[in-house]
Design a binder for this molecule. Sequence first.
Ligand code: NIG
Ligand code: FE
Length: 411
Amino acid sequence: MTTLITNIKELLQVRETNVLKVSGKDMKHLPTIKNAYLLIDDDTIIGFGTMKDCINIEADTVINATGKLVLPTWCDSHTHIVYAGNREQEFVDRINGLTYADIANRGGGILNSAKKLQQTSEADLYEQSKDRLIQVMKLGTGAIEIKSGYGLTVEAELKMLRVIKRLKQDFPIKVKATLLAAHAVPKEYIDNKEGFVNLVINELIPKVADQQLAKYIDVFCEKGYFDLNDTERILKAGKLHGLIPKIHVNQFNAFGGIEIAVNNQALSVDHLEELNKNDIECLKNSETMPVALPSCSYFLSIPYTPGRRLIDAGLPLALATDYNPGSTPSGNMNFVLSTACIKMKLTPEEAINAATINGAYAMGISNMYGSITRGKKANIIITKAVPSYAFLPYAFGDNHIETVIINGQII
Ligand code: NIG
Ligand code: FE
């Protein structure tokens, strides 16, 4: 089945050659074709060009995109969308003066979500998570990473990962699973963190690897959670079982986690609201993608990742939502795009590169996703009629998307 999209006002993120990520000054450049067409065969992009070269192209379906933009779907490389229940009471508590740390210290936060998840059946967890996945697909996300981490027991972690696997089988969106093995120290291990880390290393990681339930290994490397030694041990154990590091680091404190991640060839380092010079130097000598999560900063009122500093240092940057019940109850990549421009001072070109090709890189899939390139998956956003692509982040909070095509299927 072929689909031809014609009269596209501007086709964005067109890459003739298969670029895997863009860094530094190159992020300012967003290659586009004005008055364009795009040709899809089943689930694959097979052609594009200007309308003057669109003569004699026939297709089973033709979509006229006069006045509209076409771009690759968003690649959201950091989410926790498999969770049970919500935490709006903690949100209200924070409005009334408690901090994220206060809430965690009294047994709320991640432990609160873990308790709910442990008590939720696998079928119910699937239903709740499925709704979120459909919601983000409609908002233009065509590839997503989903983490475990609200289980905190071997069984509950496996349950989460099985739900992720089912979502992957049931929906056209590309899903990559991450074992967030060490997200918080469970209550029973409060005086025996090492015991929990040993459980992760000796039981959880081998089981997840055996059952092929995850591709990546994550740790919340943070004061009060897991220290450098825990992080190093878990990443090394994951690597021994073929899992690639991709970690939560520098959210509240910068104390060397990035160096450990880079030394362990992490695919990405995520959060980075706090960054020091050494962190930037480490990243310069690596293939690791820094990932910013601006809607988390927005929701928690914490600093924004210094994206300008990273890009101006010649580094790449990806943007993701961090969709989770505690720090970011939103999976809207369109809002992330606006927030990155408004609060992090990324240009629209940089933000779109960060939310597409670089997001795909942070999931290890940029050879098939993240740009309009022949042979890549037909994951496409068609906007409503808009004046220009800068309008997308500019007119924030509105939905500018008219049609989403994922794996060649209209959502
Ligand atoms: O990425 N930082 C650690 N984990 C999540 C939040 C977890 C929660 O509060 O439930 C995050 O922000
Ligand atoms: Fe997260």
